[in-house]
Design a protein around this ligand. Structure first.
Ligand code: NAD
Length: 497
């Protein structure tokens, strides 16, 4: 059986732990690999290596770091088919969707190719007479990333290319459910010319995460995953004096206004709710039907949900693949059972889907609920599967109130033809990423990604300029070169005369 190990100091190594995790191919429901679940000493060893590498990497001129990023970009493009297949085989999403997610990660690498430009500081001549002042951003040291299963390439690539281009070194702890691609990315980065020890991958579970949180040499932690774990990371990383950004779960609402182009809204919702089998933190899991549009919306959606082509990710005809694990499949089915018990109307029931030849795969068909109410658990909690809930709202104000009252604040969108409604929505809504007639408003690499409320703990969003700020600290220097005349001591607070 294939064994997935760690990547430390430019080499694949087994480490010291004898604990193992199982990695499945969800399309066929069979174990394909074993992953080593690292120990505290494996993590500490990787941090030691990264700390040494920081001494020289942080001094490398940004232009030289950028050249390595350019080469890394080229290698990702050259190997994109193999990388995409790795995502499909361990996560399950369909090939083109997996490729799209890889490209969104690649775009962050492209952003870092311009790192000399964004690392430029600020300079003021004569902040006082003959006194100059300038600000520079310097790297932090060893940074760590802890990532979820649903984007095994893209989410790590929100973090490590940014941190490394800014002059830091990095230790990544990928999801234990689909860890292979992180090792491959580390190999490609090394082939691009990255010095040994700058990027390291330690596979594992809670044991490695807890070791990250207490390691004194880790200066910053980036986390993406579910909200309870995000909160745990935020609190414990901060307690141990680290900089931290911890992105959590979501329940994204798509408001469908009565004046919208219904066809566009339905197609947008289909991709946003059922793409990647709903296993996206930016999936639209609630459609808020405003005014009298509800019946037509549900009628049009139900036809399309029933016609969804579910199948293995490598089959070109598949629109939606399996869920990631058997446990997750049971959890999602459990939520559909719960919705029925809570009194929501199940319009399309995907629970009994069977695929000939793939009977052991973790498949569920698309599910559609109507008349979901705000006190139901299927409305309040993140399901993370292909289950769309339609909630009816009397008017725009009621729709926005629902969204603003929800504990999560990741993404939202609105379908309307009224510019005033769209603008008011963007201005008043308490959500980090907003779409107007755009179903999944994921910001591109040169903007920044992040939610509000319990979808993000910390101050900075990921990648773009926010990422540069997170992975660097500011230093401001004030300087004077007196020309011969010595001044007397001054005992008052200096002001710039
Ligand atoms: P998860 O929280 O279970 O796991 C995320 C990471 O935390 C993994 O590396 C895992 O090994 C580690 N982990 C899990 N349990 C832990 C524990 N008790 N102690 C310490 N570490 C632990 O999340 P997941 O199931 O892998 O991913 C799905 C979740 O991620 C969803 O909630 C989704 O919304 C969220 N997500 C959010 C974003 C975002 O940008 N906000 C993006 C992608 C995914």
């Amino acid at each position: 059986m294939n064994l997935i190990q760690h990547f430390v100091n430019g080499k694949i190594i087994p480490g010291k732990s004898d604990r193992r995790g199982k990695v499945f191919n969800p399309a066929i429901g069979e174990q394909e690999s074993e992953v080593i679940l690292g120990s505290k000493s494996d993590l500490d060893n990787a941090v030691e290596v990264a700390k040494k590498a920081f001494d020289t990497w942080s001094l490398k001129p940004p232009i030289q770091r950028a050249r390595i990023m350019f080469k890394f970009k080229e290698l990702i493009e050259k190997n994109s088919d193999e990388l995409t297949k790795m995502i499909v085989s361990e996560h399950g999403k369909v090939y083109e969707d997996a490729k799209g997610s890889l490209i969104r990660g690649l775009e962050v690498v492209e952003f870092t190719c311009g790192i000399p430009q964004v690392l430029k500081g600020e300079f003021t001549e004569n902040v006082g007479t003959d006194i100059d002042s300038w600000s520079i951003r310097q790297p932090l040291g060893v940074c760590a990333g802890i990532t979820p299963f649903n984007f095994p390439a893209m989410v790590p690539m929100w973090m490590f290319p940014m941190a490394i281009a800014c002059g830091n070194t990095f230790v990544l702890k990928p999801s234990e459910k689909d860890p292979s691609i992180s090792i491959k990315l580390a190999e490609l980065f090394q082939e691009a010319g990255l010095p040994d020890g700058v990027f390291n991958v330690i596979n594992g579970d809670k044991e490695v995460v807890d070791a990250i949180l207490i390691n004194k040499d880790i200066k910053a932690v980036s986390f993406v995953g579910s909200t309870p774990i995000a909160k745990y990371i935020y609190e414990n990383a901060a307690k141990n004096e680290k900089r931290v950004q911890a992105l959590g779960g979501a329940k994204n609402h798509c408001v469908v206004m009565p004046d919208c182009d219904l066809n566009q809204a339905v197609n947008g919702l289909m991709g946003a709710a059922y793409g990647s089998a709903g296993e996206r933190c930016m999936a639209q899991s609630v459609a808020v039907a405003v005014g009298n549009i509800g019946d037509n919306l549900v009628k049009e959606l139900s036809k399309k949900v029933e016609a969804l082509k579910v199948g293995p990710g490598m089959d070109k005809k598949s629109e939606m693949g399996p869920l990631v694990t058997k446990e997750h499949l049971e959890k999602v089915k459990g939520y559909v059972d719960l919705g029925v018990k809570e009194g929501a109307k199940l319009i399309v029931d995907g629970r009994n889907l069977k695929l000939q030849g793939y009977e052991k795969g973790y498949y569920i068909g698309g599910c559609l609920f109507d008349h979901v109410k705000k006190d139901m658990r299927i409305y309040k909690e993140e399901i993370f599967g292909p289950v769309l809930s339609v909630v009816r709202a009397k008017n725009f104000e009621e729709a926005t109130q629902l969204i603003n009252d929800h504990e999560f604040g990741n993404g939202t969108s609105i379908y309307t033809r009224d510019g005033d409604v769209g603008r008011t929505f963007a201005s008043k809504i308490k959500i980090g990423m907003v779409g107007i007639n755009i179903p999944i408003p994921v910001p591109v690499a040169f903007h920044s990604f992040g939610g509000w409320k319990r979808s993000l703990f910390g101050d900075q969003h990921m990648h773009g300029i926010e990422g540069v700020r997170f992975y660097t600290k500011l230093k401001t220097i004030t300087s004077r070169w007196p020309s011969g005349i010595r001044s007397d001591p001054e005992f008052i607070m200096p002001t710039m005369k």
